[in-house]
Design a protein around this ligand. Structure first.
Ligand code: FES
Length: 319
């Protein structure tokens, strides 16, 4: 157990529409502050042992009394969400780290939020924060149908309810998201935020790029990624410790280093959370993560060691 983990209590569990469980976590007093877009790491007991999973904070950032989460039961995921759905009861204790924010709001004259399915969670916190600032924004919430739309009952009473546009694939609400209609013209002060299933996110991002949005105005948060970690074998030299290990075709840098006695902390293990980011001294990087920005990739001096690889035969890390 990490010594800086908070132990919080599940004050409320609500099984909502769309296989989404809403959790309210409380502590003895005020919780560490967070800004919209932040997530916490939650320790989950699975059949394979304890794992850390990341969940966006969906509540009002000005409310320090609770962390509010939405967790999709996803049998196709690596087991964390199913274990939580099956075991977590009101009154249970949970271990939490964070909050951390890799998806903060930018200064904008207009913010356009796209939440697909469970991707609504960080968007709700963003809507709370933008609403409190009196900022101009709109939130597009896309689901398959109304009866698969979590948070539906609450959002009707939120102070920004009129800024939420509901989109359902079955044609209800405003119908499916239509980028030709729902994406405003690109402008310097207009920022786009997207979170949800990978296909939905890539579709919105490509649409925004095609509409002329600058990369710095398109913000995204991945919940999970189909990441291929395999490739040709290469060597990793650790400059500080003087150790060199070989990463096999099915291997990762983190696993190869662990065999050599060097531990890199990991959480998501699929290139999303940034926990494993390690400085690179030499060698070209084959980035497989969703965490580093285009600018960071171009600088070429950081690698997500849980999934990314070397382009060539050798890479030198600053560890
Ligand atoms: S452990 Fe999350 S990005 Fe590597």
């Amino acid at each position: 157990m990490q010594s800086n983990a908070l132990v919080l209590t599940v004050a409320e569990r609500l099984d909502d529409r769309g296989d989404i469980m809403q959790l309210t976590l409380r502590g003895a007093g005020d919780l560490p502050a967070f800004t919209a877009g932040a997530h916490i790491d939650l320790l989950v007991e699975t059949a394979e042992g304890p794992v850390w999973r990341q969940y966006s904070l969906a509540g009002d950032p000005s409310d320090r009394s609770a962390y509010r989460l939405g967790i999709l039961r996803d049998p196709a995921s690596r087991g964390g969400s199913v274990a939580l759905h099956d075991t977590l009861k009101t009154g249970a204790s949970v271990h939490v780290e964070g909050p951390r924010n890799h998806f903060p709001l930018a200064e904008a004259s207009f913010s356009v939020l796209f939440g697909g399915g469970i991707g609504i969670t960080p968007m709700l916190a963003m809507a709370w924060e933008l609403s409190a600032k009196g900022a101009d924004f709109i939130l597009h919430y896309a689901t398959r149908s109304q009866d698969r739309t979590a948070f539906l009952d609450q959002i009707k009473s939120f102070p920004f309810a009129e800024k939420i546009v509901l989109h359902h694939d079955d044609g209800a609400g405003a119908g499916p998201v239509d980028l030709a209609r729902d994406l405003p013209e690109a402008a310097v002060g207009t920022h786009i935020y997207v979170c949800g299933p990978q296909g939905f996110m890539e579709w919105v991002i490509k649409g925004a790029e095609a509409a002329g949005y600058a990369p710095a105005n398109i913000h995204r948060e991945y919940f999970s990624a189909d990441v291929d970690v395999t490739g040709d074998s290469f060597e990793v030299e650790c400059a500080a410790s003087g150790i060199t290990v070989t990463v096999g075709p099915e291997d990762t840098i983190v696993k190869a280093l662990a065999r050599g006695g060097i531990k890199i902390e990991v959480k998501c293990e699929e290139g999303i959370c940034g926990t494993c980011v390690t400085d690179v001294i030499a060698g070209e990087i084959d980035h497989r993560d969703q965490f580093l920005t285009e600018e960071e990739r171009e600088e070429g001096d950081q690698i997500c060691a849980c999934c990314s690889r070397a382009c060539g035969k050798r890479i030198v890390l600053d560890i």
